[in-house]
Design a protein around this ligand. Structure first.
Ligand code: GRG
Length: 291
């Protein structure tokens, strides 16, 4: 699994390196610099990897799926840049490097996020696939990144800071904020692989949902017991800013059991897919994730 994962990371990073160049002749190329800074800063590349793997097991190829993979990583990166701003989470470190606004200033960081979101549409629309499938993908991108998806989750997060919310509300927050883009990644992969039927998309979405639950609860655990040099961002921020996270509701042991349980459900969701080994290994690897 590690070899395939590293191969994916290599091809994704190569593609990002090529696409995010800085045009020395543009008077406003500082924005390209700021976009490139965050896009090339590393990260686990889970979302583009899910796009490429679902595309492969659905019978597609990497080349055709790549625009969707890059588009979702652009949207994810924009959300991180904006989330790190002083008006949101106010973080100095991301992916082991100073956050975008620490390097380029707040105004440019806002614009870099805006630009990544805006340009992601163009990248997705450039996919060499049947037009109706590209439109379906673009609409999914809008939906899962939008107010009933990631933005909705971020709104609940911001408005619930310092307040007591129920564990059900916390689940909704995390499902939207973290889960939405993971569900999206799996569905985009199916579309790129030519499988756009309801049943396939539903299974992929379910895998993404449970993966997202496991992923975020593990993230909450890492914010308590993680090592900031390994995680690549500050530790203990959730408690400091009175953010609702799972360890505030249930014991760490129960949190770990939940991660395990969601991982199993993610794996069950894709039981009918052939060649699902990589996706099963990826889900399992999250249980022991320390970064
Ligand atoms: C600003 C609209 C807007 C949304 C922000 C993504 C997000 C919503 C906030 C970031 C903070 C956070 C803890 C989000 C939960 C999702 C999550 C765990 C993001 C980090 O994803 P990774 O671990 O990051 O895949 P890398 O750096 O590896 O790509």
């Amino acid at each position: 699994m590690k070899t395939k994962q590293n191969n994916y990371i290599n091809i994704i990073e190569k593609e990002i390196d090529t696409r995010f160049s800085v045009d020395k002749n543009k008077s406003y190329n500082i924005i390209q610099d700021a976009m490139r800074y965050s896009m090339t800063a590393g990260g686990k590349r889970i979302r583009p990897m899910l796009v490429l793997e679902f595309a492969e097991i659905c019978g597609g190829n990497t080349e055709n799926a790549m625009p969707f993979a890059i588009a979702i990583e652009m949207i994810h990166t924009y959300s991180l840049i904006h989330d790190d701003l002083p008006c949101m989470d106010n973080d100095d470190m991301r992916r082991g490097k100073p956050t975008n606004h620490k390097v380029y200033g707040e105004a440019m960081a806002v614009l870099a996020g805006d630009a990544l979101l805006t340009e992601a549409t163009g990248v997705a629309l450039s996919a060499n696939l049947p037009p109706k499938d590209v439109i379906m993908a673009a609409d999914f991108l809008r939906f899962y990144a939008g107010i009933d998806g990631m933005i909705g989750g971020q709104v609940i997060d911001l408005t619930s800071e310092g307040k007591e919310i129920s564990i059900e509300e916390l689940e909704e927050l995390q499902t939207l904020k973290t889960g939405a883009l993971l569900e999206l990644a799996c569905k985009l992969g199916c579309i790129a692989g030519g499988k756009t039927d309801e049943a396939t998309l539903e299974k992929a979405e379910k895998y993404g949902y449970h993966l997202g639950r496991a992923f975020q609860i593990q993230d909450d655990i890492l914010d308590v017991i993680g090592d900031s040099t390994v995680v690549g961002k500050s530790i203990g921020k959730d408690e400091e800013s009175q953010k609702a996270t799972y360890p505030a509701y249930i014991s760490l042991e129960e949190c770990k059991n939940l991660v395990k349980n969601h991982t199993e459900q993610a794996i069950n969701a894709i039981s009918v897919f052939e060649n699902k080994a990589f996706l099963c290994d990826l889900a399992n690897s999250l249980i022991n994730r320390n970064y």
